[in-house]
Design a protein around this ligand. Structure first.
Ligand code: HEC
Ligand code: HEC
Length: 193
């Protein structure tokens, strides 16, 4: 009986999660809202400052999760926490629909065989996400990748997969991984529809 209740409860959570991801974001509304983001992320999601990540063409679920985490205080950053604090669930869906819909192209000139082995299953050799809740790393700045890995390592940012992975990385590992992904060149083409 207890197990059944738990399963039903979990089912509810999964359904709710699925419903959130499938609830429709309005891209036109998202584009309007993106006026608040463009100084740092551009209208197409290509970063304009080194400490900000590219967000154009990221998996929609990933963008939804991160904006919700900034708004609810599970991920903290002096700029993003303020930006996200006033967003409604619908505005988050709209922004995620807008930014996820752009076309990303990458150019990896290095030999993919040299890609960081521990990362490629989820982030790809060229830094394009292989699973829906992982972000692209392609072309992110060294400083951004470095900051995030150290945040996972110290516990400032928490994630069930990334926290233990980051625990095992030395500063030297982090530097060479950040170099690998930051050297991939990335283009993000704005898609209006
Ligand atoms: C003043 C600059 C600034 C503005 C404006 C801004 N951001 Fe950010 N954004 C950042 C920075 C810096 C980070 C990296 C935060 C960190 O280090 O944790 C970030 C991170 C993010 C992330 C996480 C991406 C990832 O790869 O984990 C998302 C999603 C995001 N911003 C979306 C938005 C949206 C949507 C808006 C507009 C509503 C916006 N941002 C406005 C600077 C900004
Ligand atoms: C099993 C899948 C998996 C593996 C393997 C993995 N990651 Fe991740 N990674 C994720 C997920 C999922 C997230 C999103 C975390 C979150 O939601 O906060 C993530 C997030 C990140 C971020 C934050 C990026 C951003 O835009 O904010 C970095 C940096 C990162 N991973 C680097 C690595 C590196 C380096 C390795 C290898 C040493 C690695 N990951 C291995 C799944 C993985």
């Amino acid at each position: 009986m207890k197990v059944l209740t738990l399963l039903l409860a979990l089912g509810g959570v999964f359904l709710a999660g699925g419903a959130l991801a499938e609830a429709t974001g309005d891209r036109a509304a998202g584009k309007e809202l993106a006026g608040k983001c463009r100084t740092c992320h551009g209208l197409e999601g290509k970063a304009r400052i080194p400490i900000a990540p590219h967000i154009g063409g990221e998996p929609v679920d990933y963008i939804i999760h991160q904006l919700t985490a900034f708004r609810d205080g599970r991920r903290v950053h002096e700029m993003m926490s303020i930006v996200a604090s006033s967003l409604t669930d619908q505005q988050i869906l709209d922004l995620a629909a807008w930014y996820s819909g752009h076309q990303v192209s990458v150019d990896l000139t290095a030999d993919p065989a040299n890609a960081p082995e521990a990362c490629v299953a989820c982030h790809g050799a060229e830094g394009l996400a292989k699973i829906p809740d992982a972000p692209n790393l392609a072309g992110e700045s060294n400083i951004y990748i470095d900051t995030q890995l150290k945040a996972f390592r110290t516990g400032k940012r928490v994630h069930e997969i990334m926290s233990p992975i980051a625990q095992d990385l030395t500063d030297t590992d982090i530097r060479s991984i950040a170099d690998w992904y930051s050297e991939v060149s990335i283009g993000i083409e704005m898609q209006e529809n």
